[in-house]
Design a protein around this ligand. Sequence first.
Ligand code: HEC
Length: 105
Amino acid sequence: MRLLFSGLLLLTACTPALPIVTDGDRAWARRAFPETQDDLDESRGLYAQKCSGCHLLVLPHKVPQGEWPRVVDKMAPKAHLTESEQVQILRYVLTASRPDKALAQ
Ligand code: HEC
């Protein structure tokens, strides 16, 4: 019983809470990237899928927003991203890591 319990704890500890996309995020992204119409939910899924193969998924706020373009550039070949997947993923992490996100919700 004890073993089962610690197993459960471990499981929850390992599941990163990747922020879901809010209406505030959608509005922010529309202003920040008026040239793209990508669906942010899809971009979030892409991020979870493509960026968790080698290491735990890095939560967007763990990297300063200004660092993300460099990081995604560096990781894109590792994750075999197409150009449009790279744009989508960057857009999601920039939206989810924006400094005013906590206030905007
Ligand atoms: C093929 C394996 C692999 C995949 C896929 C991968 N990464 Fe990484 N990632 C690494 C390795 C290895 C490191 C540490 C060494 C380095 O920085 O190259 C790393 C480091 C990082 C870091 C730490 C910061 C830094 O600059 O070192 C972040 C953030 C990161 N990855 C994000 C991502 C994102 C976002 C994706 C999806 C686009 C991704 N990773 C996909 C292997 C991978």
